[in-house]
Design a protein around this ligand. Structure first.
Ligand code: GLV
Length: 308
């Protein structure tokens, strides 16, 4: 019998329970706070409490419920066990759609149009062609590449930044740390899709955001920790930046009284840009448990040295 512990704050993984139970018939499920939870062989995680995984003597597999494993690898006491993530093939397409919407939102000035509509103002704002807008995608992994291709097909001038060189049709690629400033200098709309690692944490600070051209906008769909929120707000208030769509935050859900909800220029969306479907998450976890028991190679293992 397989014993599984759900490692997260209570309630966070409840959207998944029914799918996990049907994908893993006969398995036992406990929340981390229940007696006996530390005896489990499998930990299914979203931001597990730090140090908790190290106190599980029978643990054999640590499985993220998402594409990101930053919230697991950041545990300083992480045991030396396989960490796997979920790769939903439909997620990159969903993420690219959200980024296309966000790009159109700023490019076609829906931030202003929506405010005018609420106020009953018929005001036809000047519109630019997509080919006159420069979109910069920070992070050219599977998701960044998909979004870059889609935006390029729509006609935007698309550039991308990645740590190592790569080629994407229709996209100007800037590779390596030394090219970052030049990449930022020409992004009218900056999209952040980087994995969260110690090297990328708080990368979007005042100095880097100030490099963006005047009137530029930010779309943040990676992790809240990529951004220094106060620096962004300062640059929007000073008029250097036009605004931002923020889909991810240091602490989620963003509390109802958080000032970002009401900050002019900022649109908060509830971590919806790209999430794996519960059925896909449950099936991939079940398949990896089967593989673990059969001694077969696990799917989608994270590389703790690389950080994702
Ligand atoms: C979502 O942010 C994920 O990591 O899947």
């Amino acid at each position: 019998m397989t014993s599984i512990t759900l490692m997260s704050e209570r309630g966070v993984l409840s959207f998944l329970t029914a799918q996990l139970e049907s994908a893993l018939p006969g398995a036992t499920f406990r929340h981390w706070s229940e007696p006996g939870a530390a005896d489990a062989e499998i930990a299914v995680c979203w931001a597990p409490p730090k140090g908790a995984l190290a106190s599980m003597p029978n643990l054999r597999l640590i499985h993220s419920i998402g594409a990101g494993v930053d919230n697991i690898l950041s545990d300083p006491a992480l045991p030396d066990l396989p960490v796997c993530r979920v790769v939903d093939p439909k997620l990159a397409a969903a993420m690219a759609e959200f980024i296309l919407w966000g790009t159109l939102y700023f490019h076609r000035r829906f931030d202003e149009v929506t405010a005018n509509a609420r106020a009953g103002h018929w005001h036809r704002l000047e519109q630019m062609a997509a080919g006159d807008k420069r979109v910069g995608i920070l992070g050219l992994g599977a998701m960044g590449e998909r979004a870059a291709r889609l935006l390029s097909q729509v006609g935007y001038q698309v550039s991308g930044w990645s740590r190592s060189p790569r080629q994407v049709d229709g996209v100007t690629v800037h590779a390596g740390e030394a090219t970052l400033d030049g990449f930022l200098d020409q992004a009218d709309i900056l999209v952040c899709l980087l994995p969260l690692t110690p090297a990328t944490s708080r990368l979007l600070n005042a100095e880097r955001l100030a490099r963006l051209p005047k009137g530029a906008a930010l779309i943040l769909v990676s992790r809240g920790e990529h951004l220094v929120v106060d620096d962004l707000v300062g640059l929007i208030r000073s008029g250097h930046l036009r605004g931002a769509i923020l889909d991810v935050f240091d602490h989620e859900p963003l509390p109802p009284d958080h000032p970002l909800w009401r900050e002019p220029g900022v649109l908060v969306t509830p971590h919806m840009a790209g999430l794996a479907k519960p059925r896909v998450i449950a099936e991939q976890i079940a398949e990896n448990i089967r593989r673990l028991k059969a001694g077969e190679p696990l799917l989608n293992r994270a590389d703790p040295a690389r950080g994702y």
